[in-house]
Design a binder for this molecule. Sequence first.
Ligand SMILES: Cc1cc2nc3c(=O)[nH]c(=O)nc-3n(C[C@H](O)[C@H](O)[C@H](O)COP(=O)(O)O)c2cc1C
Length: 354
Amino acid sequence: MDWYALAKPILFQLPPETAHHATVSMLGAGLGPRVGIPPDPRLRMRLGTLEFAHPVGLAAGMDKEAEAVRGFARLGFSHVEVGTVTARPQPGNPKPRCFRLPADGGLINRFGFNNHGAAAMARRLDALGARPCVLGVNLGKSKIVPNDQALDDYRASVRLLGARGDYVVVNVSSPNTPGLRDLQAEGVLRDLLTGIRAELDSVAPGKPLLVKIAPDLADAGIDAAVDAALEAKLDGIICTNTTIGRGGLSYDEQWVAERGAGGLSGAPVRARSTVVLARVARRLGGRLPLVGVGGIDSAEAAWEKIGHGASLVQVYTGLIMKGPWLVRTIVDGLIDRLDRYRIATLADAIGREL
Ligand SMILES: Cc1cc2nc3c(=O)[nH]c(=O)nc-3n(C[C@H](O)[C@H](O)[C@H](O)COP(=O)(O)O)c2cc1C
């Protein structure tokens, strides 16, 4: 019996943010299920020096405060990306700030990096002790800090957290901090990433550093972000964050407009995220590994990302829509596909559709 079929309607009766906190608290208290993922060497992935048991990880924003890393690891994720965390504590946007679009398998959110700040995160990661899986730390800019001081703000977070995660992500793609995505502009991004790289190398030499980009960049902007990541000697690119677009929804336009600003995630962003991922992959030609995220709620969707250049994949909205066995379902489906297409390892499947 899939108890999520029973739990989901109850959770979906609650406001989304309440359901989110209830779930994360439950997982943090060790009350979630333990989903076994049989180890299969064909699924192993590498990102620089990091090794992953399989490609499926938890995307940033679900465990913003690193409250339930162990609980999410028990759902089978090979990696958990905590955050987005900012140097300064901040409350985020006024509530309500998250809305479900169940008919389309989507969410709209405008949380705006609500978090207790990098120092609090550092304390929580210290208390976590031995890591149950690979741990990424996703960093954002504090809202009150203007863009021309963004580097110093990211640096402050890097000093506190750079050595505490297995990899670090620079988030310049959330639509919910005014002006944040402007940091993706060509020269601005290169200087920002170069500065963060230098800071990270001083606190944790060689620690993998990635940048997470938006699905709403025009082609030239995507290319510029790739070039900036290369010039700044990053270790990977995460494609993508949520979209400010509202295309392809079955809901009444007026109803959607009334939900207000925010990033749209889940199935509605899947195709666009894959287009961006593929463009990044083609431009990189294998020079950096990629993480595919956006609308993954099945093995088929994960396979699509891998085929379009992703070494790792991450899920957020799909977990809410499909429930705690999603990682197992995806992993099993990936193994099926390797067998079906007679591909030796998942690494051999990366970029086959490009
Ligand atoms: C409610 C919510 C909060 C999010 N918060 C963050 C965040 O703090 N930092 C971040 O980099 N991405 C955040 N994201 C974006 C996700 O990590 C992911 O990139 C995006 O939702 C696409 O994946 P999905 O379709 O599987 O949800 C958030 C997404 C949602 C739905």
